[in-house]
Design a protein around this ligand. Sequence first.
Ligand code: DP6
Length: 370
Amino acid sequence: MTAQDFVLESYNSNIEKGKVKWSSPSNIALIKYWGKREQQIPENPSISFTLSNCKTITEVTYTKKKTGDFSFNVIFEGKENEAFKPKIQTFFERVEAYVPFLRDYHFTIETSNTFPHSSGIASSASGMSALALCMMSIEEKLTAYEDVISTEQSDEKSQNYFNQKASFLARLGSGSACRSIEGELVVWGQNESTESSDLYGIRFSGEVHSNFKKYQDTILLVDKGEKQVSSTVGHQLMHGHPFAKERFKQAHHNLGKLKAVFASGDLDNFVKIVESEALTLHAMMMTSMPYFILMKPNTLEIINRIWTYRKTNNSHVCFTLDAGANVHVLYPENEKESVLRFIKNELADYCQNKQYITDYVGKGAQFMKN
Ligand code: DP6
């Protein structure tokens, strides 16, 4: 597939109005995307677990208007929201060539998250993927795929196209959002180990051992404040970064290693790769110019306690970090009870208001009937 394949050539502009609704999850990267080129093309491949509970639910109502400027309003958790508009405006500008009906309708975008607002959890992945999926459902309504394709085999083909284009559009909103359409493991970025594309996320096609079934992710809310440096700025600082080339090479290498780990179920090596990726991500931040630190003292305290717990209990619990201070605690389902006890008794004290969110690997976004 090339970007050109996602251009919508013609559509039925007689449809006056309609409504579509999607629920789309967040995801947590195991191999981190950090560094991008023009058009949201990643500098290195990444792979993530799709989550289940941390989701954005978005309903888009579209009403026919005279072709002209983009027109939309955003209602976030029941209230008109101006703050999200610039990001959506940029999204519209980037995807317009692929969904040209954007200028023909006024859109009311009603959105809410299942996780607490300003929890420091990246809502751009779930938010942008939910919006992209709504745009795809509108595209589906304004075109008639059924007329062209009718066999079951072709249904699968159109489903694939739908998911690929949704992921493609989501990527143009926020890179990591392209990994939120499907589950349970999604790869984004060309690499030599897996089926992949720079343009959209693809379900990991390799073998996955039962050790990774329903893998758990408890998100410890260490710092709920606004980040001092956005991901977008962080990505930019990888241009001319002294270690960038090596880092991009390492991500390819780690993805190859992780693929083997998924097949064998080797949890010891899983832990090593995942934690090293998290710390490397933050090392890139600390060694960019200007340099910055997003971890907080409690982030380090938690990491140290996870290491001690793992050693003393022969556990496979590990951590990963996003571009922030919160800690994602990852562990196999069979350790759920004991690790949750450890989190509650020991780690919760290092979270803001003792808050954490329990989640696990999920199957991807869902269409919702209005
Ligand atoms: C650290 O997808 O938020 O979470 O493409 O600029 O919107 P933009 O960045 P974003 O970057 C996320 C980076 C990360 C790692 C990852 O999810 O792979």
